[in-house]
Design a binder for this molecule. Structure first.
Ligand SMILES: [Zn+2]
Length: 430
């Protein structure tokens, strides 16, 4: 007896696409069986009718303390990273815990509606009140039944540059923040940046925590903090536990140097997070023409065997005026910027918003195998490529086997003589 059977699904790896579909049996909040023509009774059934059923989207890089604050206290006129940081500095003293909680909860509602059920959010700890830290720890508890929120202690103003930041970071970790963050390129000098990487990795090693640093988020081809991050990971034996976020300077680096750097990153098993929506608008701002694309070398890093995820980074905050929690939009932009338009590239972009970030977050029970959590999304698409192409509607979102969001299939009603009555933007499949 199953609590629920999801019938006739197509899985992201293509299983079920040609042979009538795969059935997924769910019991006690977990996937109990994945097979064709699953026998047995069920309390309820959902017919996926050949549509794509995926584990949920995962956002490996977000800022939930600033989300939905767009326009407060004013709009970022230049659209640059530095004006965004300055604007956030103006907003911080005006923040209240209630307002942060309210905005974060509203964003989590959007996320669930988009099938986004796990988010790693940085939280700025450069505030003696640690207001945002307290707020997001509260949010983490409140959303836990339907969304995994992992928090990174992020010293936005530099752990060495900002007075008292190291103590605040340690306090935030003591309060229960999960991951150690950093921002070496914002420290005063390259040497201070390297020292900050060393310090933060040592704190993580002592406490047995993961690391995720904003690293080399600039167009400076000589920024070298990712090299230090790989070195410290190697030195402290943190393989597979450290992630470099952004790494945009890699876009501008000398190719010979990168040919040495990528193997060092692979040796340390560094995770990589690109944030395509944000990188493409914030980087290259000092260029005239040609303007650089501000995204790290995603296809090359993937080819070297590194785990690469795409993050959303920002939604309606001092740095970015758009976004709605849709990781398919993130994947869409990422594959464009990375010129990953081959079928394998598009599928890799889908992985970069699902299985890859799940791996970087060390999520337990993520996936489609028996025994995994029954966290699933039914998409109005036949496969991952179609899902990204149409930014497919999320027809059902399941958390631990319970439907937490649903919507109707998207279609337009046409009024064209001699043509079909409706169109759903999908190619009909055999
Ligand atoms: Zn960020």
């Amino acid at each position: 007896m199953f609590d629920l059977i999801l019938r006739r699904a197509t899985l992201p790896d293509g299983r079920g696409s040609t042979d009538g579909g795969i059935d997924i049996g769910i019991r006690d909040g977990r996937i109990a069986a994945v097979e064709a023509n699953l026998a047995g009774e069920a309390g309820a059934e959902i017919d996926a009718t050949g549509r794509l059923v995926s584990p949920p989207f995962v956002d490996a890089h977000f800022h939930m303390d600033s989300t939905l604050s767009y326009g407060l206290p004013r709009v970022n006129q230049s659209g640059t990273l530095l004006e965004g940081i300055a604007l956030w500095g103006e907003l911080k003293p005006q923040l209240t815990q209630d307002a942060i909680v309210e905005r974060a909860l509203a964003y989590c509602d959007w996320a669930v509606g988009r099938g986004l059920l796990a988010i790693r959010s940085h939280v700025d700890i450069c505030d003696p009140r640690l207001l945002a830290t307290e707020a997001l720890l509260d949010v983490k508890k409140r959303v836990a039944p339907y969304l995994d929120l992992q928090l990174v202690a992020f010293p936005q103003d530099g752990v060495l540059r900002a007075p008292g930041a190291k103590e605040l970071l340690v306090r935030a970790l003591d309060m229960g923040v999960d991951v150690v963050g950093g921002i070496p390129h914002f420290e005063r000098t390259m040497a201070d940046g390297a020292a900050s990487v060393r310090l933060l990795c040592e704190i993580a090693a002592e406490r047995g925590l993961l690391v995720d640093m904003h690293c080399d988020e600039s167009d400076d081809p000589l920024s070298r903090h990712v090299e230090t991050l790989a070195y410290e990971t190697q030195r402290l034996g943190l393989h597979g536990r450290v992630t470099g976020s952004h790494l945009t300077s890699m876009h501008s680096m000398d190719n010979y140097y990168v040919s040495k750097l990528i193997p060092l990153m692979a040796e340390a098993r560094l995770g990589v997070i690109a944030n395509p929506l944000i990188n493409i608008v914030l980087q290259g701002r000092h260029d005239t023409y040609p303007k650089r694309r501000g995204m790290t070398r995603v296809p090359e890093l993937m080819a070297a065997g590194l785990t690469v995820a795409f993050g959303h980074d920002c939604v309606m905050d001092p740095w970015y005026p758009l976004g709605s929690g849709d990781m398919l939009e993130v994947a869409h932009m990422g594959l464009h910027v990375g010129q990953m338009t081959g079928q394998d590239g598009i599928k890799a972009a889908f992985d970069a918003v699902t299985v890859n970030p799940a791996k970087l977050l060390h999520l337990d029970g993520y996936g489609l195998e028996p025994g995994c959590n029954a966290d699933l999304v039914v998409l109005q698409a036949g496969n991952p490529v179609e899902a990204i192409r149409t930014r497919a509607a999320r027809l059902f979102v399941l958390r631990r086997g319970r439907i937490v969001s649903r919507c109707e299939p998207v279609q337009a009603r046409l009024d064209l003589p001699g043509r079909p009555e409706t169109v759903d933007f999908l190619l009909k499949r055999g």
